[in-house]
Design a protein around this ligand. Structure first.
Ligand SMILES: Cc1cc2nc3c(=O)[nH]c(=O)nc-3n(C[C@H](O)[C@H](O)[C@H](O)COP(=O)(O)OP(=O)(O)OC[C@H]3O[C@@H](n4cnc5c(N)ncnc54)[C@H](O)[C@@H]3O)c2cc1C
Length: 424
């Protein structure tokens, strides 16, 4: 049986594994930590703005299992908060508890505490990966879903040092890019001021440390907005990963969301300032643990790829998740994961890889990323369905809609309905 090896158990890698598991292949998922979902463990927002359209397209293409899992574990649906409409907030804790079981049911072999650190090549063909332990994992085709967070050296160089985020590099070792290991040069993602890297844009607070009245309002409404003292404003907004949060409402207010934890929509806030705000007098950080000082650094490199998500210059390596074109978000990682996983299956069956057409938002965003990948216009830009440059493009092209029937018939008209569940 052909073997697919996926490196990285964030939303990108999980989605690749799940999509490939629709077929008769052996799947190994390597994750360096002891938990799945990566930065998804501190997420919680789905279906906001154009992500609604993207989620429904993915479902219509047959790759929507993870979207449906988040929907099923929603704390709130149809929530609007500054810059975002019709968001679903999912319970991060509940989703994280189920994900391992869902993959195991599909016979996916999950190897925790397994960090791939070296590659064995035969020309441009990747033959196998060597783990920290020295064990060698061979495969026919591979997916690099290692994300862009960290490693610590980047958090020190471009941020405020290791802030003890969910990726826990000091314990499990830092991110190690398979694309870089096979010798493909990854491009840095530069900000508008030409600096490199961006600081993640949200923290989690421990719910029990929030004043019960504030927590009660949060549980009822899904979000609360706490005005910040005038002289304060939030720090470093322009360096935030998600540009849709670089707006006035976010510098004048602290926005909190109910995701099982309390999600604070700011890169960081000194603890004494956080504790000076009403209802947050005893608030403590859950993630990053040093959220009073900074946040993780992401987007230092991005992976050169083609429209099928094959890594340029390689024979049998695909890319999924955030490092693909710098497509940011859970939905985006689920999309690239599904396509990469599916194309691995086509690869081992000697079929031409699938590319998604620009008449779908999912195809259009990938093509958009490819057009920008060698260009300086990419500077400071991360692509997401939920805001910034790409959401504007989506609206201009008439791709954004929340009408599920329209989305379904759009997918039907491409002839790709449920494509992720069968081979041609
Ligand atoms: C604080 C924060 C909040 C966010 N909130 C949201 C949100 O609410 N909604 C949303 O849509 N998006 C959100 N995002 C963005 C979103 O989480 C990411 O864009 C997306 O989940 C990235 O998934 P990924 O699989 O590409 O990478 P990651 O989540 O980074 O996963 C990569 C995985 O690979 C593992 N790994 C790395 N190197 C190796 C190796 N060599 N061997 C084995 N394993 C390795 C890592 O341990 C990690 O588990 C948030 C991001 C952050 C940081």
């Amino acid at each position: 049986m052909s073997k697919i090896v996926i490196v990285g158990g964030g939303w990108g890698g999980v989605s690749a594994a799940l999509c490939a598991s629709n077929f008769d292949v052996e799947i190994v998922l390597l994750e360096k930590t002891d938990r799945l979902l990566g930065t998804g463990l501190v997420g919680g927002i789905m279906r906001n703005n154009g992500r609604y359209t993207a989620a429904e397209e993915l479902i219509a293409l047959g790759g929507g299992r993870l979207v449906e899992l988040c929907d099923k574990n929603a704390t709130h649906k149809d929530v609007s908060f500054p810059g975002h409409s019709h968001a679903t907030l999912y319970n991060v804790i509940k989703v994280a508890q189920q994900i391992d079981g869902i993959l195991r049911e599909k016979n996916i072999s999950i190897m925790y505490k397994s960090r791939a650190v070296k590659v064995n090549m035969e020309g441009s063909r990747l033959k196998g990966l060597v783990l920290d332990s020295g064990e060698c994992i061979e495969g026919d085709v591979f997916v690099d879903a290692t994300g862009t967070g960290g490693p610590m050296v980047n958090c020190r160089k471009y941020g405020h040092g290791c802030v003890m985020c969910v990726l826990r590099c000091p314990t499990f070792g830092g991110r190690s890019s398979i694309t870089a290991k096979v010798g493909v040069k990854e491009r840095p993602a530069r900000n508008r001021d030409n600096s490199i890297g961006a600081m993640s844009g949200a923290c989690e607070l421990v719910p029990e440390t929030i004043h019960p009245d504030l927590l009660d309002t949060l549980k009822k409404k899904g979000f609360v907005k706490i005005p910040l003292p005038k002289q304060l404003g939030l720090i470093n907004l322009n360096r935030k990963v998600c540009q849709q949060y670089s707006r006035k409402e976010y510098s004048n207010n602290l926005i909190l969301l109910d995701t099982g934890y309390v999600k604070m929509m700011a890169s960081y806030l000194p603890l004494n300032i956080l504790n000076s705000l009403p209802g947050l007098e005893r608030a403590e950080y859950k993630d990053p643990y040093s959220g009073g000082v900074g946040n993780s650094i992401r987007f230092v490199e991005r992976c050169p790829m083609d429209a099928s998500l094959k890594v340029k210059g390689t024979e049998n390596l695909y890319v999924a998740g955030e490092k693909a074109g710098l497509l940011v978000g859970h939905t985006e990682a689920m999309v690239t994961g599904a396509l990469a996983g599916y194309n691995c299956v086509r690869h081992v069956n000697d079929l031409k890889p699938l590319t998604l057409p620009p008449s779908l938002a999912l195809g259009d965003i990938i093509l958009h990323a490819i057009q920008l990948q060698d260009s300086d216009i990419m500077n400071g830009t991360r692509l997401t369905f939920s805001g910034s440059m790409y959401f504007e493009k989506m609206k201009d092209k008439g791709l954004y809609t929340t009408d599920v029937d329209v989305i379904k018939s759009r997918v039907e008209s491409t002839g790709l309905e449920n494509i992720f569940t069968y081979l041609p």
